[in-house]
Write a protein that binds this ligand. Structure first.
Ligand code: CA
Length: 233
């Protein structure tokens, strides 16, 4: 049971969502514009927000950014646009998951359950030690990462990815495992992982061709380990 904010301007879709979520014992509030949504999250606490991208007042990406400025609440994007680039960009901008319309009730339930499991798991995690790999230090509790003493500016997903890999240095982690552990999905496409890896890599100041910490083993997986002592050529 969760408290859900539905942001959807289409009256038909909105009623269907409210009906389904209420039947599934969730508490639902709903609004039809991005500005109303911002007001809602500023005044009430939600477990998850379902955000339609095609709203009358603000572009979905804009709405997401403003939401993220106020709250860390999990956001599931509901989009009619089947545009991978846009979806990847929104995931990087802080969306937790997405659904392409039209979606089934089962699909929505599955995504919501995954997102809630993830946010509740993070919320309940007891104090964990700072992870250190070479010049990297990752503090899972404060959600801060540093490289050679300089703070890294990571998105939530990049941080989760880095922290997961740093928790098992030198171990090759399969993409499937990353999807399951970091994205909490049992299926999905490798592209999402690749894109996040390449962003993370850039922030660590390395490239796939000249890796220092992040090593991709084609067809096998990814591992994080301290760089070798030789200075990079
Ligand atoms: Ca719409």
């Amino acid at each position: 049971m969760a408290s859900v904010l539905v942001v959807e301007d289409d009256q038909f879709v909105r009623s269907a969502l409210i009906r389904h979520l209420t039947e599934a014992a969730h508490t639902v509030r709903s609004v039809g514009t991005a500005l109303e949504a911002l007001r809602e999250v500023a005044h009430f606490s939600f477990d998850v927000v379902i955000l339609d991208l095609g709203l009358p007042d603000l572009d979905g990406a804009e709405a997401l950014k403003m939401l993220r400025g106020i709250t860390d609440v999990p956001v599931i994007i509901a989009t009619a646009r089947d545009d991978e680039t846009e979806i990847v960009r929104l995931l990087n901008d802080g969306a937790d998951d997405y659904l392409t319309k039209p979606f089934s009730v089962e699909h929505l339930s599955a995504r919501m359950a995954a997102v809630l499991r993830r946010s509740r798991a993070t919320g309940d995690t007891p104090a964990s030690p700072v992870l250190r790999v070479g010049g990297l230090s990752i503090d899972p509790l404060r959600r801060q990462a540093e490289l050679d003493g300089a703070r890294l500016d990571l998105t939530r997903r990049e941080f989760d990815l880095l922290a997961f890999l740093a928790g098992r240095p030198g171990v090759v982690v399969a993409r499937k495992e990353l999807l399951a552990e970091v994205w909490q999905q049992s299926y999905g496409d490798d592209q999402t992982i690749d894109v996040h890896l390449s962003w993370l890599r850039r922030k660590l100041g390395e490239t796939a061709a000249r890796p220092r910490y992040l090593h991709t083993l084609r067809g096998v997986g990814v591992k994080l380990e301290p760089p070798s002592l030789e200075p990079p050529r």
